[in-house]
Design a protein. Structure first.
Length: 124
């Protein structure tokens, strides 16, 4: 197991002893290349998850969440990694779910996402 994190919001103390840790940013191609050497699976949890930051600095939010993910995907392709698991929070998308498990393929999810983004844009 290898972790890449810039510790922007995390703490090194939270990394389990014995786990290989790379202090770096998923937007940095060279750091990602180094982190992916010899890897079979990517479990992608890196994100800018603060709603406050996402509304105050949407370009930073996009750079990390979109740009960083694209960088990981591109480097996974270069390195021949065929297994990429993406984890995401979904509060704005899923809303208050009444039954579990929740399918992410329902059309209602798209409507909730569009509505959430529209409300945010209106507040700008």
């Amino acid at each position: 197991v290898r972790i890449i994190d810039n510790l922007r919001t995390g703490k090194i103390e939270n990394v389990v002893p014995g786990i290989e840790f790379i202090n770096g940013d998923i937007r940095d191609t060279e750091t990602v290349k180094k982190a992916l050497k010899g890897i079979d699976y990517i479990l992608h949890f890196a994100a800018q998850a603060s709603v406050i930051i996402s509304t105050e600095d949407p370009l930073l939010d996009s750079s990390i969440n979109v740009g960083g993910t694209v960088n990981l995907l591109e480097q996974a392709t270069v390195c021949g990694i065929k297994h990429f698991i993406f984890a995401s929070t979904g509060g704005a998308i899923y809303g208050n779910v009444k039954t579990l498990p929740m399918s992410d393929r329902k059309q209602a999810l798209v409507k909730k996402w569009v509505s959430a983004k529209g409300e945010r844009r209106r507040s700008w």
